[in-house]
Design a protein around this ligand. Structure first.
Ligand SMILES: NC(=O)c1ccc[n+]([C@@H]2O[C@H](COP(=O)([O-])OP(=O)(O)OC[C@H]3O[C@@H](n4cnc5c(N)ncnc54)[C@H](OP(=O)(O)O)[C@@H]3O)[C@@H](O)[C@H]2O)c1
Length: 242
């Protein structure tokens, strides 16, 4: 698919990694539906940047922990743009929670945002596509096992399963892939010495850049023969461990 024919929904598309994906799509003349939950101002700002560069962008608010709001998102995008053929599932939560601290509420929240929302949005978009081309790209994490972020890890492992199961279930004109990120953008609360220490553990000896993620996503949109695949964007971390 040529990105200029994409009408793309980017969840969490107003900030950080999602923002870079939104801007890269806009730069390739895609129409971009920028989803946000609380980052209203950032969503409007990035939409303005896309429009200034000649692209189309609209903002859509939804809390992806609420099944009704998940269900309202694809119809809202189609009402504005007339169609939707690319879905980038980037919205995420990154809460702490170990063995004893993980509650059912944490579990359900993470599963809702990281597994159900990406699946349900895909299901709803695919139902509108019939035989037309479409792409689903899920943003995952190279580390699916995290003892201090248990619900996060379990739900991101579910997202990996969603990716492959969906890829197997769709018709030939739809490709479903994921990109798995290593250290791309540190959480704002991470201390500088920890940021530097993590960089030393990466074969590339540095953190990545959100634009590295955006480049891989444009490649997956352009390719019609890659599906059920994972691209690790991690400076070589996963390929060189064990
Ligand atoms: N940053 C990294 O180095 C890294 C590493 C590994 C994997 N990843 C993955 O890459 C993706 C992007 O990472 P990031 O660091 O840019 O993400 P992030 O800053 O943690 O979160 C991205 C967006 O998710 C949205 N979000 C959170 N809870 C939501 C909810 N209940 N409903 C709707 N939206 C919700 C937030 O939107 P609002 O601000 O509008 O509320 C936020 O802007 C994520 O899937 C993450 O797991 C990132």
């Amino acid at each position: 698919m040529n990105p200029d024919s994409a009408v793309a929904l980017v969840t969490g598309g107003a900030t950080r990694v999602g923002r870079a994906i939104t801007l890269a799509l806009g730069a390739r003349n895609a129409s971009v539906a920028i989803h946000y939950r609380s980052s209203d101002r950032e969503a409007q700002e990035v939409a303005d940047l896309v429009r200034e560069s000649g692209g189309h962008a609209e903002c859509f608010r939804a809390d992806l922990s609420d099944p009704d709001q998940i269900d309202s998102l694809v119809p809202a995008v189609i009402a504005k743009f007339g169609q939707l053929n690319v879905l980038i599932n980037s919205a995420s939560i990154y809460d702490q929670g170990g063995l004893e601290a993980t509650s059912r509420a944490d579990w359900e929240l993470n599963m809702m945002v990281h597994a159900w929302a990406p699946f349900r949005l895909s299901q709803m978009m695919i139902a509108t596509l019939e035989d037309a081309p479409g792409k689903v790209i899920n943003i995952n994490d190279i580390k699916l096992v995290r003892p201090n972020r248990l619900a996060y890890g379990v739900s991101k492992a579910s997202l990996a399963a969603v990716t492959r199961s969906l890829a197997a279930a769709v018709g030939p004109n739809i490709q479903v892939n994921q990109v798995a990120l290593g250290a791309i953008l540190p959480p704002p609360t991470l201390a500088e010495d920890r940021v530097a220490a993590i960089a030393k553990l990466i074969p590339a000896q540095r953190w990545g850049d959100p634009d590295d993620v955006a480049t891989a996503i444009i490649h997956l949109i352009e390719s019609d023969y890659i599906s059920a695949e994972t691209i690790n964007i991690d400076g070589g971390s996963s390929g060189t461990s064990g």
